[in-house]
Each structure stands twice: as structure tokens, then as C-alpha cells.
Design a protein. Structure first.
Length: 574
């Protein structure tokens, strides 16, 4: 039997076709694995950031209720003995209280153990009404007025009898020495979810006398989730521990009741399988009680009803009044890997076309394509391994270029100043935002401080000795600042010769002033970078401004502005 002898074309073509196909499979697999590893790491960070963003938004929404109650009834103010006698003071305080966060806290009210009631409802900036029950029987009277001291209109009695002692908010706060939240309910007028924050009020002898409360609409929580930018199949929701929905990014959070109107919808009973599966996954991760673990955002993975993997971020939101909600964000892994999978498919398709045309195109095209893919795969692998020193760029306009530029963008988001090695502006701003959120959540009595430092005569140093010397000065100052502060404090180069220092916690202003003095002393020391170069007048140290949270600012921009202004006040005048 004659042996099979392949033709010359087969001998020349087949190895290269097989090589291209093998290379396509190997490179596609490596690209997919590398991309998947990188995306898994970045998607976990993204989920944590999204959960924290929701927590911060919800916390801002509910935190104002405590300030409303404190304004209406400061803790050292006893309950009124007579409502008519103290009507003026109550009216002023409650007007100011409903001005703190008029949207959503436009209603503050007080009821006592004798059945008397005083409430102030704000319709707008200037229009309001009083709801009064000066004795423990009968209906309340409604009196409209304009402005904080406006003349009260004629009283209009309500048709139904309202006894504050029978209300859930009164009973909840009566037996508690701390502020408390009532159960969430549906407002019959607005059909929105509402929660009430209440606090007991004692009389001058320290005995229980009444309860002050304010209502909080939760509609804005649901609206925030609806407007959240998620992937095409992503889901975000806020629920109570029993699964009752407070807000969800897709689908309803209420359902039609059998007798008309609406009722609460439980996540476990949702028509959306992803809602049900996400809630159950978080319950499983938290334990059987559903109330274990800290408030820190965490991540996990569970299988969707269709068997696909879903990445999960979740945390608890709690406050000193008993609020305890769950925040959940779930995104199918295929949403994160969709572009990577498309790139792999495109890579295999291009390789197949190259194999068909390899006879005509020749080894040059094969070598070029293989080389480009190998370079891209190697670069992407370095990114996934955390080696970010070498930038990844590409001028290609195909899928490989899209992948290369997407990873290049990730590299450019590094949070380190390349000149000094300190954190950069974005890093310090993000850390300050996290620190403010942490302070609000835990109610820490110890403040933190922001210092804003600037070198004197830095422009003259650059002008007289050049930017190389100026850069050396900045690096030397960065080393000094790092050595001056504690290990848990953060030093960042803000811009030019401006540095920002976050003192993670201080006992009082005196401690912050002491830290500032150390920093200014470090700035005054002789600069080695100017040794033998600068005249004496250029070695004049620097100024350091300071702002303490919360008395000098309760957000990042205000703290930085106050510290910057304080720094300029300390600058030597020409």
C-alpha cells in the first residue's frame, strides 16, 4: 500500500495554520484568564465602593432626624408643664427644628402622658400649621400661620380624635432611654414608606413626661437606588432584616393589597428571581440570625437561579436609635467579563481568518499578529499581577486596542504622587470622605484634623535654581512630613508645593496644635537640597493651616478650605 505523501502546499501551509489556531487558543485563554483575574479584583473593589456610596447616601438621609429632635427638644430642656404657657418657646424651637432638614423632616411633634399634643407641620419655607391638643381629651385644633412669628389663624378642629398615647411612636419611646425608630409604615396620604424617630422627654424631676418625634419619608432612598448607575443586569437594594424592602434599583418595593392600597413587599416574595436570590445569599453569609458581623462592606459570590455566578457586595447600616438595615449590590459576573469574552471570541475569529489566508499572506502577517498578541497578553498579565510601573498603550483600533486602553486607564488611576511617593490629591480626598463617613457612623467623640502646609519662597527656589532643585526640595519635604506624623496618619501632596496631612484622630485642639508645631518646625529645618545654593532668606520654612472636624467643617471641601485659609493667615507678610 503506497504511503501518503502530502503535497508541498500541505507541508508548508498546515504547520502555520495549526500554529495560528494553537496560538489563538493559547493567547485567547491567557487573555481571558488574565482579564478575568484582573476584573475579579477590580469588580470586588467596585462593589465595595458602590455599597459604601449607598450607605453614605442613606446615612445622610436619615442622620438629619437626630438634629431635628435635638433642635425641637434639646436634651437639657424639660417637658413643658403647661402647653399654653410655653407655646411661644415651643413654636420657635419647632420652627427651627423643621428648618434643619425641611426636606424630608418637615414635621416635628410632641405628645405627653396626659394626652396633650403639640405639632408643627411646614408646608413651605414660610407656610406652616400648628396641631394642638392642650387638654387630654377631644380632637386637635389646626391653626395656619405664615413665618416664624406669624399670627395664628382661627383654630379648625379635626374630625377624628387623635390621642398621642395610643400611637406606636409614643409607646416605643416611652419605654426606652435612648432615641428609637418605629417600624416602617406606608403613609396613607402619600403612599410612601415612612419611619418615625422618637425620643422620650422627662420633666424637671427626671421622670417620664412625653415623647418628641419626627417623620422621615424613605422615598428618596428608593429614588436614589433607581438612579444608581449599575451594569445592565446589576441590582441594588436596601432591606430590613426580615426582608421587607425599603428601596430597590429595579422593580417595585410595594405591592397592591387585597383590600386596596399598598402593602410592604418582602424580598423573598419578589417576582424578580435576582432579588430573591440576592437576599437569600446575604442571609446565608450573615448567618441564621441575619444580624451577625460588622458594618464594614464585604463581598461574596453566589449562583443565580439560572446557575450563573453573581458577585455580591453587602453591608449593614446601623445608628444609635436602633436602625439596622442591610445594603446589597449584586452584579452577574458575566457583566464584568462581557468585554473580555467578546475580545476572546474576536481573537479566535481573527485567528481563524488568518489561518484561512495564511497561504496568501505568509509568515510575515502571522509573525506580526502573533507578536502583537503576545505583547498584549504579557502586558495584561503584568497588570493583573500588580506590576503597574510600565504603562500599557496601544494605537490599535480593534478589540485588542480597546482592551489595552481600558487597562491603561486603570493604571492612570493610581493614587500615588510620582514625584514624592506620597498619596496624591485624589487619594487624600477619598480618604477624608471615608473618615467623615466613619466618624458619623460610630459617633466617635474624638475629632480628627486636616493640616494644609505650604513652603515659603518655593517660587523663588524654582526661579533661581531650576525645577530639578525644586523637585529635590519637594522630595525632601515629603520625607520630613512622613517622619513627623504617626504611622496611621496620611500625608499627601495636594498641588505644587502644597501638602495635606490627615491626623487620623486627636484628643482635642491642643493635640492638633502640637502636631502642627512639629510640622512647621520640620519645615523650618535647613534644606539639604539647597545646601551651598540658596541665600539665607530662601530657607524660611513654611506655613501650616489647620481645620478640625466637625466644628470647622463637616465635609471635605469645607475642611480643606478652612485649613487653606488658616495657612494663608499664618504666612509671613512681605
Amino acid at each position: 500500500m503506497p504511503r501518503f505523501r502530502p503535497s508541498l502546499r500541505t507541508l508548508v501551509t498546515t504547520p502555520y495554520v495549526l500554529l495560528v489556531l494553537a496560538a489563538a487558543v493559547i493567547i485567547g485563554g491567557l487573555s481571558y484568564r488574565t482579564g478575568r483575574n484582573a476584573v475579579d479584583n477590580l469588580s470586588g473593589q467596585l462593589l465595595v465602593e458602590t455599597v459604601n456610596r449607598i450607605a453614605q447616601a442613606v446615612d445622610r438621609h436619615v442622620a438629619g432626624s437626630a438634629a431635628v429632635l435635638e433642635s425641637a427638644f434639646p436634651k437639657d430642656v424639660p417637658a413643658p408643664v403647661s402647653l399654653p404657657a410655653e407655646m411661644g418657646a415651643l413654636r420657635t424651637r419647632f420652627w427651627l427644628a423643621t428648618s434643619v432638614h425641611r426636606d424630608p423632616n418637615n414635621y416635628a411633634y410632641y405628645g405627653d402622658r396626659q394626652g396633650r399634643f403639640f405639632g408643627l407641620w411646614r408646608y413651605s419655607e414660610s407656610e406652616a400649621e400648628l396641631r394642638l391638643r392642650t387638654v387630654g381629651t377631644g380632637p386637635r385644633d389646626i391653626l395656619r400661620f405664615t413665618g416664624i412669628n406669624g399670627t395664628l389663624g382661627s383654630p379648625v378642629p379635626e374630625s377624628r380624635i387623635f390621642d398621642p398615647r395610643e400611637r406606636p411612636w409614643f409607646r416605643a419611646a416611652q419605654g426606652s432611654t435612648a432615641p428609637t425608630w418605629t417600624s416602617i409604615y406606608i403613609d396613607f396620604k402619600t403612599a410612601e414608606l415612612v419611619a418615625t424617630r422618637a425620643r422620650r422627654i422627662n420633666n424637671a424631676s427626671g421622670a417620664f413626661e412625653g415623647v418628641v418625634a419626627t417623620d422621615l419619608s424613605l422615598q428618596r432612598v428608593n429614588a436614589f437606588l433607581k438612579g444608581l448607575a449599575l451594569s445592565r443586569n446589576g441590582l441594588a437594594m436596601v432591606v430590613e432584616h426580615d426582608g421587607s424592602l425599603i428601596g430597590v434599583s429595579r422593580g417595585p418595593h410595594l405591592r397592591a393589597a387585597a383590600g386596596g392600597g399598598n402593602s410592604r413587599l418582602n424580598a423573598a416574595e419578589s417576582s424578580d428571581p435576582m432579588v430573591v436570590a440576592t437576599y437569600q445569599a446575604v442571609r446565608d453569609l450573615l448567618g441564621s440570625s441575619g444580624r451577625s458581623g460588622s458594618n464594614e462592606a464585604r463581598t461574596g459570590v453566589f449562583n443565580a437561579p439560572d446557575g450563573s455566578a453573581v458577585q455580591l457586595g453587602y453591608s449593614r447600616l446601623r445608628d444609635d436609635a436602633g436602625l439596622d438595615w442591610l445594603i446589597m449590590v449584586a452584579v452577574p459576573r458575566r457583566d464584568f467579563l462581557g468585554e473580555i469574552e467578546d475580545n476572546v471570541r474576536n481573537t479566535v475569529g481573527l485567528a481563524a481568518l488568518a489561518a484561512v489566508g495564511v497561504v496568501l499572506i505568509g509568515l510575515a502577517v502571522l509573525a506580526a499578529v502573533t507578536r502583537e498578541l503576545r505583547v498584549l497578553s504579557s502586558a495584561v498579565q503584568r497588570v493583573a499581577d500588580g506590576e503597574l510601573g510600565e504603562p500599557l498603550t496601544s494605537d490599535r483600533r480593534d478589540e485588542f486596542g480597546v482592551l489595552a486602553r481600558s487597562f491603561g486607564d486603570m493604571q492612570r488611576r493610581l493614587l500615588t504622587d510620582p514625584l514624592t511617593g506620597l498619596s496624591n490629591r485624589e487619594a487624600i480626598v477619598r480618604r477624608l470622605e471615608e473618615r467623615i463617613l466613619q466618624q458619623r457612623r460610630r459617633g466617635d467623640a474624638r475629632p480628627f484634623a486636616v493640616l494644609f502646609a505650604d513652603l515659603n519662597d518655593f517660587k523663588q527656589i524654582n526661579d533661581q535654581h531650576g525645577h530639578d532643585v525644586g523637585d529635590a526640595v519637594l522630595r525632601e519635604l515629603a520625607d520630613r512630613l512622613r517622619a513627623t506624623v504617626r504611622s496611621n496618619d496620611l500625608v499627601a501632596r495636594f498641588a505644587g508645593d502644597e501638602f495635606v496631612v490627615l491626623l487620623e484622630s486627636v484628643d482635642n485642639r491642643r493635640d492638633a496644635e502640637s502636631a502642627r508645631a512639629h510640622i512647621e518646625a520640620a519645615l523650618r529645618g535647613p534644606l539639604q537640597a539647597l545646601a551651598g545654593l540658596a541665600p539665607q532668606q530662601l530657607n524660611a520654612g513654611g506655613a501650616c493651616g489647620m481645620a478640625l472636624y466637625p466644628e470647622e467643617g463637616q465635609d471635605v471641601q469645607t475642611l480643606l478650605k478652612r485649613a487653606d485659609e488658616d495657612m494663608y493667615r499664618r504666612k509671613p507678610r512681605a
